[in-house]
Design a protein around this ligand. Sequence first.
Ligand SMILES: [Zn+2]
Length: 116
Amino acid sequence: MNINDIDIYPDKINLNDLHYIECGDGWKDLIIDLFSEIAPQISTKKESIKILQIKEKYGQLRVYFSSDKYNENINNIIYKYENLSKKICELCGDKSTIVTSGWIKNLCNSCYTNSK
Ligand SMILES: [Zn+2]
């Protein structure tokens, strides 16, 4: 999905290096929620976080970032959303019930059927 599909430009979250999000549209809301939850964690004006890459790996959302300062809350939030993604269909955002083997993907029943 294109970064422009993510209709959010939170203060203090630098998305300049992020041109393309390497996962399905089903995780779009998850990523928007993730940004919304991270933004208030960056308290000072000088502080910022740079998102380097967002992708799907082994059926799960992965977020790579760099920040000026270690912030455990941000690490925990990202970890939480990476875990949440395991239960959400990567293609449509429905509850996923199927994890395909081989090339691991988190899909709901109908997306799984359509992909066959
Ligand atoms: Zn689906």
